[in-house]
Design a binder for this molecule. Structure first.
Ligand SMILES: [Zn+2]
Ligand SMILES: [Zn+2]
Length: 211
């Protein structure tokens, strides 16, 4: 029964994304197990991670941040197309179902940005993929940061330094959840503070990874 429109192309569809658009979503493919950067073949550590390993212990991403996955996530985040978020989360949920973590922690927005956007996309994703595992509001933004887009890797790292605080007790094994990982600066900063607060294993789950 064709009851709705595809969230991307607008064609009549019996699902939130039509089959054609769904088939166009670029799966991550082989990647670095540590930072999820796409590689020709799966590796434990890419060159960058060998040179300077991130603080997080593993990274899982469902999609490459390329068309139409980028449009899907931008529409979800900036146009409040929450149905598209469900599609995005479905991809991530399949990948993370077997992961042994005690809790999920969404990357928080600063309250000024939360007011502007009306919802935290990372929290919605975490709730959609948790599969019964607890979702903890264990991180807070201590200060508003400039948008990361348009900044290079070092600028991004400086921009988020000291941005987070841990506001509740952390279990040993946690997954940080966000929509997109670009350089990983934000997730790495969050991982650092979680480890400083006692977490022993921190992995990151994102819907899409920028190659
Ligand atoms: Zn479509
Ligand atoms: Zn890597």
């Amino acid at each position: 029964m064709l009851t709705q429109q595809c969230g991307l192309c607008g064609e009549a569809s019996d699902a939130r994304l039509c089959e054609r658009c769904m088939s166009l979503l670029p799966g991550l493919g082989p990647a670095c197990a540590r930072c999820a950067i796409p590689m020709r073949a799966p590796v434990d550590l890419c060159g960058e991670c060998q040179r300077k390993p991130p603080t997080f212990d593993a990274a899982l991403a469902a999609l490459r941040y390329e068309p139409p996955a980028d449009l899907l996530l931008q529409d979800f985040k900036f146009n409040q197309r929450l149905a598209l978020g469900v599609v995005a989360a479905g991809q991530l949920k399949m990948m993370t179902a077997e992961r042994k973590v005690d809790a999920l922690i969404p990357i928080p927005l600063h309250r000024s940005r939360l007011r502007q956007r009306g919802f935290n996309q990372s929290l919605l994703l975490a709730q959609a993929v948790c599969g019964g595992r607890p979702v903890l509001h264990a991180l807070a933004r201590q200060r508003a940061t400039a948008a990361q887009s348009g900044l290079d890797k070092d600028e991004r790292r400086r921009n988020v330094r000291g941005a987070f605080a841990v506001v509740q007790h952390l279990p040993p094994r946690i997954a940080l959840v966000d929509d997109v990982m670009t350089t990983g600066a934000t997730l790495n900063e969050a991982a650092k503070i979680c480890k400083a607060a006692g977490a022993s294993w921190v992995e990151v789950w994102v819907v899409a990874r920028r190659p």
